[in-house]
Design a protein around this ligand. Sequence first.
Ligand code: NAD
Length: 366
Amino acid sequence: MTKTVVVAGGAGFIGCNFVRAVLARTGWHVVVLDKLTYAGNLLNLADVAARPRYAFVRGDIGDPRVVRPLLESCRPFAIVNFAAESHVDRSIDGPRSFLETNVVGTFELLDAARSFWLQLKDGEREAFRFLHVSTDEVYGSLGETGHFTEETAYSPNSPYAASKAASDHFVHAYHQTYGMPTVVTNCSNNYGPFQFPEKLIPLTILKALSGKSLPIYGDGGNVRDWLYVEDHCAALLTVLQHGRVGVKYNIGGRSERTNLQVVAEVCAALDHLLPSQHNPALMSSGISNYFDLRTFVRDRPGHDRRYAIDSSLVEKELRWTARVGFHEGIRNTVEWYVQNSEWCHAVCGGTYGGERLGRAVEHGAP
Ligand SMILES: NC(=O)c1ccc[n+]([C@@H]2O[C@H](COP(=O)([O-])OP(=O)(O)OC[C@H]3O[C@@H](n4cnc5c(N)ncnc54)[C@H](O)[C@@H]3O)[C@@H](O)[C@H]2O)c1
């Protein structure tokens, strides 16, 4: 019998790339469960919509009236949870939806999964997996040296990170308490096709293409460890198939960059692909390279200085390794956004125009 995986949040950035990876590399059926918030869009799945092994259900992971019957009807061997509010800046402006989806929503999904799992026959019960996709942001901030390992204590600093940390704890607790076969992954910053244009890399690409200034928070020295989204999806598939239950796996690209370096790399790729002299938005501006558009803006409140992931556990135990280097990944990404301007326009849908988010004005900022 063909196996089915439920992909919650599969219409978002990483989720849609994961759906593609599953359809390409396995024979499984995929059922995407997604609420379609501003960050989720069926355009992200348009190329797989007609595939017979794919189905879509619109719904909230926090709504048991949707989730429980769905599990009963499609009887998955695994649930992979990407569904979340995912933007740190938005969590500063409005943390409540982060609590509702990331904490309460994950709890409801987990609890529905537990009821379903308990009814499974022997054999099926052991084979079942609940894979919860999380972030390195739960660990807090590093100094100039060191890496997050799976043993690093959680110390979340943003409402987003706090909500993901809480959900990770629930998933782990369901393994410890009920013996449910759960796995948690904590991954570093992803980039690649289909990322909603509020995040650093697509925002920089789109602003540069339209000749607007490129905002860099603070001194631009905050460091993140960047991973191409297809590498992350490959790691998740590996963890789903071969990871040990009750274990958490860190996933990272061994590719630390400051924000300023990231913006410089994006601009260099744009200079190569569409030199500013040939870009109508910049032709008469006197700007000869996109990096000249950079501008330093007030920092994000509570901005963690540095993240770096030690991914040696998943590399050694499951033989996963990141394949796409940062230079190549950025070239691919920039090319994709240049070629998919209609997608960018459609997903923003008049509701997001690249404006600054997460200023926390109520704390006295101008
Ligand atoms: N983007 C990154 O760099 C990164 C890194 C590490 C971990 N993660 C984690 O990976 C997951 C996916 O991240 P992303 O960047 O693809 O996020 P995203 O914001 O692009 O997508 C989130 C998806 O979840 C859906 N969703 C939101 N609330 C929902 C709800 N209540 N019920 C059902 N669906 C809902 C949205 O419609 C959207 O399709 C998140 O859990 C995030 O914390 C992201």
